[in-house]
Every structure is written in structure tokens, then in C-alpha cells.
Design a protein around this ligand. Sequence first.
Ligand code: SF4
Length: 684
Amino acid sequence: MRHSRIKKTKTVCTYCGVGCSFEIWTKDREILKVEPQVDAPVNSISTCVKGKFGWDFVNSEERLTQPLIRKGDRFVESTWEEALDLVASGLQKIKEKHGADSIGFIASSKCTNEENYLFQKLSRAVFGTNNVDNCSRYCQSPATAGLLRTVGIGGDSGTIEDLQKSDFVLIIGANPAESHPVLATRIKRSHKLHGQKLAVIDLRRNEMAERADLFLHPKPGTDLVLLSAVTKYIVDQGWHDPSFIEQRVNSFDKYLPSLEKFTLDYAEEITGIAKEEIIRLAQMIHEADTMCICWAMGVTQHIAGTDTSTAISNLLLITGNYGKPGAGAFPLRGHNNVQGASDFGTMPAWFPGYEPVEHDEVRARYEKAWGVTLPKKPGFNNHQMVEAITKGKIKAMYLFGEDMALVDSNSNYVESAFEMLDFFVVQDVFFSRTARYADVVLPAAPSLEKEGTFTNTERRIQRFYQVFEPLGESKPDWVIIQEVANKMGANWNYQHPSEIMAEASKLAPVFAGVSYERLEGWNSQLWPVAPDGLDSPLLYTERFGFPDGKARLYPVDWTPPYEPGAEYDIHLNNGRLLEHFHEGNLTYRSKGITHKVPQPWVEISPELAEERGIKDGSLVSLTSPYGKVEVRALVTDNVAKNELYLTMNTTDENQAVNRLTSSYHDKITHTPNYKEMSVKLEIV
Ligand code: SF4
């Protein structure tokens, strides 16, 4: 009898943008343990609960293991041949009848760089449309846009090491202790042991706020006013960095008048923060030689998400906090590969490496390499695709690794749009809420069943290796995408993801020196990577990302947040749970996690609970103009009196926050304003 052996395989965690890597010990298909290693570049010997216990979903009996085809109201299993023929003929018919731009492609920030590269190639080169986007549209697009306006590159300007080294860390609208736990641990350590100062601006007294030297709770949607008032006060006191501005920044004189209105009196009135506290924050910044600012969805998921992100970057520029160790901008990426999905071109206006589709020279480079004529006009983003379905302009969609029916805002509206599609292909590991609207469902393999690379929040590209064979007839997403392309008449012949990366690195200058050989084992590379393999942990040491090498101060004004009406009297905030990931389709199927935290809840202040007769564990309903949910209450002073906090990770559509959110969005990027909602609260 042959005994199977214990196998150790290096993998990269798929549960947040920190990008921890570790060895996973297995025997046959059993996961024995997760063991972090000192060689891991980000986390060394640390992981959080998700990285440690979140993997047994791979053996779930609910996995999709065979293609499914819709027959009337039900799905039946099919062969791959039959399913792929149907995908190709269904999409081809729509293209012939309504044109290439009547098809939309939704990519996945949970899937690999290579899979995202291939998917945008499928959309552009095989179908002829730039209608391709990924879920950074739901989270960090405004941060990228704010950085592109001011410093010219949309990624984090430094590494987690810089956060650890910094004299002062300011966290705005983020809760890294739950959303980016290993990164938070590094800040906690520096704060506790090495004299680092910490300030938190948030609606919720989260764990980092509890630890902070200063915690400010502004009125919802007023962060831009607070940041601009701090910036103005710093300039008025002469605490800015004139020599940095003189040498490295354009447009200081043009920018200054935009600060005039942000006086301490105005800021106190709009934000509800006392003038003395605003001054205290300015003083903390002044006293620090180096400052890092971290922000996430509490900033970006607003009508003014891009403008507030711009105000953050303006503050860093005014104080000379770019291009030196321990300083810089840190928009914390949520999904494991939200950075990489965007980097590798699943965006409607950009080729891989953020080169514009409208740029003739860039397009010509891709046309030559791919042997096709490419569309010039930027496509629809995912918000615009939903709108276009309702207007009859988008007739078909191909989506992979994204449960858009649960994660897009105003989900009742999104689902009604999906019902209008003539043809819909969904590719995923599990039968998602979105799959209910599909004509064909293709079974995909998760990260443990394939190879590839992910890019973390620091722009760090890392390899991971195959642990198991794909379950049943499921296949890696890159294999399925290639098979769809070839059914459409392409002649792709990638044998391994390394060949896809080799093509991307030839075409996109920022990845010029990226290769699987250089990424072997625990090695990693932070883009931009020069042809000789030299990478870039710290950006802007000599030049900013504009042709003249100088940064730009960008004037911004405040836009008040959306309010649905007086009858919706309680502000609703939302965010992640430490133990779960996104729509929960993986972690709720991992026993080690779901036993600990089986369902979401809404946090309610003791004052509000008493006023409404609500106790810990009471079932309450939340109603907005767009829908209703019922969840259990947790009474806590984490939240202020008339504010609620609903944990967002759930597979239960009746508890999903996006039953409540609206279709309003950031003015520039169309990122939904998930954080701007008020509701009626009632006990059930
Ligand atoms: Fe995974 Fe993020 Fe936890 Fe690291 S911090 S183990 S990447 S979820």
C-alpha cells in the first residue's frame, strides 16, 4: 500500500491586501496546518486568524465542480465542450447583432495578475471592447485618482516597513486592526515600543482608535474639511516645508487660495471637532519628522472620495512627506489583489501598467504584439455597465470571481439589471448570488489549486504555488479564459502563468524586469521594476510621476454627503469583520472561522439602544429608501449615539448591507457612496 506524504507548499494569503505568505502543510487533500516562515517578506512569522484557519473551503461539498447550463428556471450539469460552445456562440451572437460594446467584462481582484491580464486581453483583443473593470471601482479607485492628480502614480508610495519606521501615523477611515491585521500589528508595535505617535480619524472607536494618542470623530462625510483646515493651519503657522515645495512641487501659489475657506471656525462648524483638537492634530504633524497617512473605504466610499484622497496627498506634499523613508501615502488595498487587477489592465481606460487606451503609441504597441486592431475609446466602468444594461446598451456580460449582486451598492437595483441581460456568463468557485442570473456557470479553481502571482498593497508582486489538483472538473481561471478566447477564434497557447507574465512584462514598462525566475520562492518585486530587475520599494525619491518630475498641489472643495431624507434618522456605517472576507463565500465555508463568527451584526450605542428598547441580541430591522435587512444587535460604545455600524461580510442576502445602500457615487471614479446612508431602525 502506498502511503501519501506530507507536502509543504508556499502560498500567498487571499484575504487582504497585506499579502502575507506562508507554507501550507497538506496530506492528500487534507490541510494539516499553516506555518509562517521568517523568510516571508511582509509578515515573517505572523498571520491573522483568516490566514491561519480560512482554507478548508477548498474541500467544501458546495464547490462548483462541473459547468452548469440554464434550462428554463433550473441549471443542469454539462460538459466543458458544451458549456464553452454555448459561451462562445452566446457572446458572438450579441457581438454580431449589437456590436462589441454591448458586452461587459467584470474581472476579479481575488484572482491572479496573469488571469486579470488575460481577461483584459480577451475583452480588448478578442471581443474589441474596453468595457472591462474590476472591484477596485468599489473601494480604492478614488484613492488612486487622488494620487494620480497629485503625485502621478496611484499606488502606496512606500512599504509597510515605512509605516513601522514613521514618527507619526495618521489613520483615516480605516480599521487595519480588523481589515489589515498584520500591518496593524507593525504599527501597534512601533507605537507601543518605539515612541511612534498615532492619530485616528473615524466614526467608530475601533481598536486602533482605542490605542491612539488622538482620536477624532468628525460628522459623517466631513473628512475633507478637517484635513483642509489642518493643512491651512500648518501653512498659516509657517509649519509647511518651503524648500521641498520650492524644489519638488508645482502650483503652490495657485493652490493656496483654495484653502482660504477652511478656517478653524468653519471646520469646527462643519465637522463638529473642536478647534483645539484640530490644532492638536496639526501640532502632532508639525512635531514629527516623518508622517505616513493610511486611509481606506471610510474615505473613498463617498461622493467626495477622490477629493478627500486628494486632500490627504496635498497635506503630505505641503509637509514634505513624500520620497523619504518613514513617510508617504498608504491607501490600504482591501482585496488580496485589488492592486494587481488594476495594475494588469482590467480597467476601462488603461492598459496594463496604467498606460491610456486612448494613447496612439501605446495602443500601437499592443496591436503589434496581439496582431489585432484595438478599440480607442475608454469603455464603461462597472457602475456604468449596470446603468447601460438598464438602458439596453449592454446586452451580455462575462464575470469572474466577483459576487456583484451582493457587493455592488443598491443590490436590489443591480439584480433587476441582471434580469435584463440577454446572455450572462459567471465563473466562480461557488454558486454565488450573481450566478442565479447566469446562462452559463463555469467552475473555477481557487488559489490553492493553481499557480500565479498577486500584488499586495505595497505594489509587491509575489508568487504562489499549487497545493492541490483542481477539484472535480474545475479549472484555473486563466485556463478557462484561454479556452473561451480560442473558442472565439483566437490562437492562444499559454502553457503556464509564467508565459503570461513574460508577455505582460514585455509590453508594460513598469513590469519590464518582472519574471517568475526573479520571483522564485520567497522573493518578491515591487513595481516599477527596471529591465535589470531593480525594483522600487520607495517611490518619489528623485522624481514624481509627471513628465516634469514635480508633484502638483490640487485644489479641492467640499461636497456635502448624500442624505436620503428626514425619516431615515440614524446614520449607517459599515465595514469588515476581522474573521471574515468580503461577501464571505470562502470564510463562511471554513469551519475554523465560521464556528467562531457565524453571522454579522449591527453595533448600536447604549443610549440609542435604551431609547428604542433594544438589547444585546435583539433582532432589529434597518430600512433605507432602497431596501431592508434584519440583523441581531450588539450594544457597544464603539459607535456614537445616532450612528450604527453594520458588519458587511455575509452570504445571507437578507442581512447584506447593499440591500440598503444607494446608487449615488464618487463624482470622479463612480465608486459607490457605501458609507453615506441613513436608515430607520426598528425592533422586530
Ligand atoms: Fe491574510 Fe491579511 Fe491576515 Fe495577512 S493580515 S494573514 S494577508 S488576511
